[in-house]
Each structure stands twice: as structure tokens, then as C-alpha cells.
Design a protein around this ligand. Structure first.
Ligand code: NAP
Length: 279
């Protein structure tokens, strides 16, 4: 087997994938900013066709949801064109492409977990740019995996670390209670990516931890596990106005993973406990 290329390897998911690939003795290389910018087609093709690769894993994205509203061009360049460039290059060398997408491709007004076949209708620049990225991957590469995940935390800036920091600086916190999702550990997501990437189970997958909660429930659980005594009050999203509107309901059903008997995601509380042992 040729090598694996990890793009965006210093982001949250990229770092966890590096760890797990190393542990499993996979041969991999990384290409990252500033030398490797996925928005530059010629560069992407040149670098990728110079390597003997079987699998390209794209963890690179412009993930600042509010930033995307104010930098629409960058959002579409990175999240849509970047994905397209990697798909074109992967196809040129016959490599598989693993791509990561998001719950933001839905409108967030659902009432039951979204399945892969349900209608996408993104409401934000981030969601729209990520949906176009998915479409390009489907269009330009023939051996692709797309994993839609949500509420991701790992080694990097994320909600868990923000809560722990805020708890050190404040005596009480207000946390929104009217947005529902599934906190997902990069550990679980990376395991699923590695499990599937060597197979021919190509296609689109929802890939989040099991169970659901609000950001308020998530915060309470973090403090309970860490034995942090702090007053947390539930508030509505109206009290936390952001540039990008947040989906009210973001729960994904890992339906296609279940159908191929590959849904090994744990309940979010269990993955969180493991994560917090290290924090
Ligand atoms: N975080 C979440 O809650 C969440 C939820 C749902 C889906 N996702 C998706 O999951 C994937 C991984 O997310 P993450 O949280 O690991 O992201 P992250 O920590 O923000 O990492 C993204 C990486 O992409 C790199 N990058 C940005 N623009 C690039 C470009 N033009 N060329 C090459 N690399 C570039 C970034 O580099 P710099 O740091 O140098 O900019 C960073 O290393 C993304 O596809 C994201 O859309 C994330």
C-alpha cells in the first residue's frame, strides 16, 4: 500500500488522526499551510501527483462559523474550491479521498435526527460553502468518503476548553439551552475514518457520537465530571447574538454507518469522560 496524505494535519481532527495513524503503524505524510494551500489548484496537483498515495484525508477547512459570514470568499475558496482541488488531484492519481463535512448543511429546524438522504438547506455561509465542498467531492472524485460530523472537540480550540477556561475566570456562567446537538470526540471520529478508509464502503456518512444534549447540558456535564463547583444558568440563543445563526437542532443519525455495521461511536458522555481525564 502507498502512503496516506493528511491535509490540515495540525487542526483538531488532523492531530488525532496523526496520533492514531502512528499508533497503527500507517505510513503517512502531511501537507499544510503555509506551504500547501488547498485553494491553489496547480500547487495541489503538483504536490499530490509527486507522491505515491493511496489515500488523501482532508481535515483542512475554514471552520470559524462567524468568520465565514464576514469572509465569504475565503469560506468558499477553502471549503468548496479547496475540497474540489483535492478531489481533482486524488482522481488524477487514483487515490481515495476522505472528506469531512458538517451538520450545518441542514437548516437546523428538524425535530428528529437527520439521516444522510434528507434534504440539505444550509442557512449560513459556512454551511453553504461546506455543502458545495461535498458536492464537488462527489462530482470530481470517484472513490470518496464524506463524513458529516458536529460539535467536534479534540486538541485545539473547542467548547470544552472554553468552558474550563471560563470557569477559572468567572463565578457563574450563562450557557444556551435551546440548541441541541451531539458532542463528538475527535477520537471516535478518527477511529471511524481509519476503519473505513481501507474499505470500499465509499459514500456519505453521518458521523457523530451517540445521544444528544444542549450546550447547557454539555457544560453541566463537563463541570460535573471535573468536579468544578460553578453556577451555570440556561439562557436562550437570543441572548447570545452571533454573526452566523446557529442551528436549533443539529442531531445527526449515523444511519448509513449502522446499515454497514460500522457505527462504533460511543455515547457522548463516555467519550467526554475519557477526554477530560487528559485535560
Ligand atoms: N470543529 C467542529 O465543531 C466541527 C463540526 C462539524 C464539522 N467540522 C469539520 O471537521 C473538519 C475538521 O475540523 P477541525 O475542528 O479539526 O478544524 P480546525 O481545528 O479548524 O483545523 C482546520 C485546519 O485546516 C487548516 N486550513 C485552513 N485553511 C487552509 C487552506 N487554505 N489550506 C490548507 N489548510 C488549511 C487550518 O490551518 P490554520 O490553523 O493554519 O488556519 C487548520 O489546521 C472540518 O472539515 C470541519 O469543517 C468541524
Amino acid at each position: 500500500m502507498g502512503a496516506i496524505l493528511l491535509v490540515g494535519s495540525s487542526g483538531q481532527l488532523g492531530l488525532e488522526l496523526q496520533k492514531q495513524l502512528k499508533d497503527k503503524n500507517f505510513e503517512y505524510i502531511t501537507l499544510d499551510l503555509p506551504k500547501f494551500d488547498i485553494t491553489e489548484l496547480d500547487l495541489v496537483i503538483e504536490k499530490i501527483t509527486n507522491e505515491k498515495l493511496d489515500i488523501i484525508i482532508n481535515c483542512a477547512a475554514y471552520t470559524d462559523v462567524d468568520g465565514c459570514e464576514n469572509n465569504k470568499e475565503t469560506a468558499f475558496k477553502v471549503n468548496a474550491l479547496g475540497a474540489k482541488n483535492l478531489a481533482i488531484a486524488a482522481e488524477k492519481i487514483g487515490a481515495k479521498l476522505v472528506h469531512v463535512s458538517t451538520d450545518y448543511i441542514f437548516n437546523g429546524q428538524g425535530e428528529k435526527p437527520y439521516k444522510e438522504y434528507e434534504h440539505s438547506s444550509p442557512q449560513t455561509v459556512y454551511g453553504k460553502s461546506k455543502l458545495l465542498g461535498e458536492k464537488y467531492v462527489e462530482q470530481f472524485s470517484s472513490k470518496f468518503f464524506i463524513f458529516r460530523t458536529a460539535w467536534l472537540y479534540g486538541d485545539g480550540n473547542n467548547f470544552v476548553r472554553t468552558m474550563l477556561r471560563l470557569a477559572e475566570e468567572n463565578e457563574e456562567l450563562n450557557v444556551v439551552n435551546d440548541q441541541i446537538g451531539s458532542p463528538t470526540s475527535t477520537v471516535d471520529l478518527a477511529k471511524t475514518i481509519i476503519d473505513l478508509m481501507e474499505t470500499e464502503h465509499y459514500g456519505l456518512y453521518h458521523a457523530t457520537c451517540e445521544g444528544q444534549c444542549s450546550w447547557y447540558d454539555f457544560a453541566k456535564k463537563i463541570f460535573e465530571i471535573k468536579n468544578i463547583d460553578i453556577k451555570v444558568s440556561p439562557v436562550s440563543s437570543d441572548e447570545f447574538k452571533r454573526a452566523a445563526e446557529r442551528p436549533k437542532y443539529s442531531v445527526l443519525d449515523n444511519y448509513m454507518l449502522k446499515l454497514i455495521d460500522k457505527n462504533n461511536f460511543r455515547y457522548w458522555e463516555e467519550s467526554l469522560e475519557e477526554y477530560l481525564e487528559m485535560e
